[in-house]
Write a protein that binds this ligand. Sequence first.
Ligand code: FNR
Length: 408
Amino acid sequence: MVKAYNFDLSGILSIDDLRSLAEKRVPRVVFDYLDGGAEDEITLRENCRAFQDVTFRPRHAVAFGACDMSTSVLDMAISMPILLAPVGYSRLMHPGGEIAAAAAAGEVGTAYILSTISGHAMEKVRAASAGPVFYQLYLLGGRGAAEAAIERAKDAGFSALVVTIDTAVAGLRERDFRNGMKQLLGENSFAKIPFLPQILSRPGWLLRFLRDGGLPKLPNIVVPGEGIMPLVDINAALARAAVTWNDLCWIRELWRGPLVVKGVLTGEDAKRAVDEGAAAVVVSNHGGRQLDSSPATLRVLPEIVNAVEGRAEVLMDGGVRRGSDVVKAICLGARAVLVGRAYAYGLAAGGREGVTHSIAILRSGLERTLRLLGCSSIASLDLSYIRTNFHHANLLPRLTGTRHSSMG
Ligand code: FNR
């Protein structure tokens, strides 16, 4: 693996600091791919802004020793309620890519979710982590390719399968178009020329990219009769890869382990997912990258917790940049959160060390928030620690019964 570089931690106190460093380290096309959202980026901004509408009700003048940040997801023990979300093309951000992120998650005892759109083979990613690793499935390359991937994920020891349902087509991320993402990933060398200055202005990234062999293929999408899918086919392939509720039947039959449905934004879809056998749902709008003007996930979280009625675990993602955000989501009924950009900025800024640092920022923020709230464990968080105008009727009684019950 290419070694991480001069990662200077001094002065990097927040995820936003890591974001600024990432912007300096990778070409604009890569940074904007990671940072940007769909169309007017309303949902992207709202995801973060919604956290500002929740304030705390601390209990002061209480003392306790250790703070218990551990929890479990799908009966798997994790050291804190923060999982690393699937982030496609991670290997473009840094050659360590998915291997670096999985290893960093495992090191702190939490879970990593590997995207279908990954540049490292799933077996190597699984082997890199000491913690649980989940596989996120897109039906890219068709059912045959997906079936082969599920079999491989089973053999490799992945702990859960995450089916993302919000990607019927790719959202319009205008920054990617303007920066020439398509041309730079394509095969026509002449088409790349207008977009090359942004690449040449980041020689460190370019050197690592070339040493890593240039554009990676997608080793986890093996199309029967055709082989490994090249990176360039991805957008067209996504449009042919929409998953439906009917697909969940054969996916569940083949997988047989815990199934997670990611991309739920309504109580109706949450109920349907559970009826189709999901052991957990992820309240997610894909980090504002798909349907713009989807609601902020934090705002719809209570609706989904109420709809699920404790029949499955409810996870959420979108806009988490601080440990205090994690606390707010848990008070509103999430069992745990996923973070996407928060760790991907770290990956782009400093490879594995960068991911480790971003996890450390979130973890220390989480502990500090619990201590300042006067709450000694994640398990004791509930609505009484926050104030919000979100609609969360019926949440409190169900919450108490839900979060502490075993999934069986
Ligand atoms: C994503 N996300 C995503 N989700 C998924 O199911 N499969 C994927 O391949 C990807 N790829 C991807 C790439 C990049 C660059 C980003 C930023 C996000 C969505 C991701 O799993 C998660 O839902 C969001 O990132 C959560 O929002 P935050 O934490 O980034 O605000």
